[in-house]
Design a protein around this ligand. Sequence first.
Ligand code: GLN
Ligand code: ZN
Length: 757
Amino acid sequence: MQTSVIGFPRIGTLRELKFASEKYFRKEIDTTELLETAKKLRETHWNTQKKAGIDYISGNDFSHYDMLLDTAVLFDIVPKRYQELRLSKLDTYFAMARGYQGSSGDVKALAMKKWFNTNYHYIVPELEDDTVIGLTGNKLWEEYAEAKALGVETKPVVIGAYTLLKLCRCTGSKKADDYVDALICGYQKLLQKCGEHQMAWVQFDEPALVQDMNEADIARFCKMYEGILPSARQCNVLLQTYFGDVRDIYADLIKLPFAGIGLDFVEGKETYNLIEKYGFPQDKILFAGLVNGKNIWKNRYKNTLQTLDNLRGKGIQTVLSTSCSLLHVPYTLRHEKKLAPEYLSHFSFAEEKLTELAELKTLAECGDYSANAIYQRNEMLFAESRNCENAEVKERLSKVTDSDYMRLPKRSERQKLQKKILALPEFPTTTIGSFPQTPDVKANRSAYRRGEISEQEYVAFNRKKIAESIAWQEEIGLDVLVHGEYERNDMVEYFGEALGGFLFTEKAWVQSYGTRCVKPPIVWGDVYREKPITVEWSVYAQSQTEKMMKGMLTGPVTILNWSFPREDISVKESISQIALAIRDEVLDLEKNGIRIIQIDEAALREKLPLRKSDWQKEYLDFAIPAFRLTHSGVKPETQIHTHMCYSEFTDIIPAIDAMDADVITFEASRSDLQILDSLREHHFETEVGPGVYDIHSPRVPSVEEITAALQVMLTKIDREKLWINPDCGLKTRAMPETDASLRNLVEAAKQVRSFVP
Ligand code: GLN
Ligand code: ZN
């Protein structure tokens, strides 16, 4: 029995890569120093896996920003506007990822999207009509040689041709199919070069195979690999899939000459059935993804070993693998000093998953494992009660009725009433909630956490920040104000910490995009609200201004989707429990004079099942009602906002409208405004604030740019429904660019109000 890891976290145990990269961006360290940190991290990651006894260790899974962007750069898929900056290779790469504004030019970043059903974001590469796909990158071979010098034979990973093409955006008149031949040629060259370097294995990640595939998709995939694989010669190709099963293409896939095929047994509901139905070729190796790469609960060895036995019983050569890259779980439990062992004993982060793989390998090889102490310890863990139930929560949930999911009166009437009572100007301007988390803000929070300052001092500092930010927002001329979220580390972790039923960690960071990491809370038990969470901050903020202050909450779907969920109750039940807790908070805000309340559902779309046929029943049917449950109790004149960090909801517009919010703000500036046509077609009723500038980059949008965007929006959206706001919260930005951008936004609003009749 051998073991394989699809990919390893790259940020380091204590986010070393993040800090080095940010220093580099601020020009505090030079390229050499950044590259040195990266190299050290890779060395640690390989050695850790080697020490754990992993047989197939990935190479090229390190990235300075994103692995899809790495693959694009490997094939020289670099849009002209970035090449024309004439920056170094590394800086061109960062310009694509983050935008560039400086002495060499002014270019926006490439679009960013969520990676399948995860909270990881990838950079969307662009194929231009004259893009020449070639094999120009060196990273893969350099890192292979680097590992080899350390005595580690790696299997380099690249995103496969099919998934790469699926996720690229064609910006000219050419269609995706027009790039197929060039891509085949590029990957052929890649394999030849792998052969020249005498690599034993190379891994092509093809997660796009777990989505719905039609005949044309299947034909394209087969054409690509029939073209690519003959160039493999000595090098073995592992076709790696994850995040689901490959039901549409399985029968064709196993006929292609891959040396190994990686399948997900955790999220792939049909994976085992597919093998039963179509068999698995004797001459290939099955990389069985049985150790969950996405969640943090310990593996139940009994089930895993049973599956391994079954597979081997069928005569299948099996390698035990993670279900996806370990990029999606935190690095190590070693730094968690505050959680009691009774909790910790149930968890497994990336490093501990390596141990699980090793232990499972031992057990699988030892014959009668049931007598083995490792096995027995594991079984005991699953036998003990986790003490996580709350009878009151269960009781309350059982009493929820249909009318609790319905807000009255209907939205069009509420909107009329709200216009009158809130008396906002035309095209109201607002922001999405957070303001820059400047060093003083972070220092205040961490001093409080460490017990270095009293609660009073902590609160006094935040109140001062809130008051200053309100004075500043008033001076800029924004219409609906926010308190700035200075008390929050993260929009989900903050609520997780305040709600009963959650556990939180100290250092369990997971990469979200680039240098941005999140520390997802863990849903341990039934969820309930002990006491008001945000009310005091919002009430204080409202007391500082005559203008309208927006209360700021995170919605139940997002809280669950950005946490590590329980596996012993359904997602629906967990989301409903959280919805009731947030409902209490909404009603308390209203009772305390807050008249606009935003309930962010930044992650609603990302857990949409990857297959369309599962969308309604397995998700929307409970996620949308859960959102309604949070706000159905408020008065008609209380305005409910929601916010989403993306605009790819063209295909679920009716569901978004059915959330029954009064206003929705969403990310729009990095994508085209195609969504607006769809909103119109569907007679979307919710008022909308499509983001007018990208907050993921320090670039300052000009007034002209914003007015131009608004002019376009006004051709598609009824004027009484349009709001003006940035794409998302501003906490990752610095003050100077935030100030400049928001002033331009308000100026653009003024101009549009006066231009448009
Ligand atoms: N209110 C949150 C903020 O402004 C929303 C963040 C998000 O959507 N990711 O930070
Ligand atoms: Zn957002």
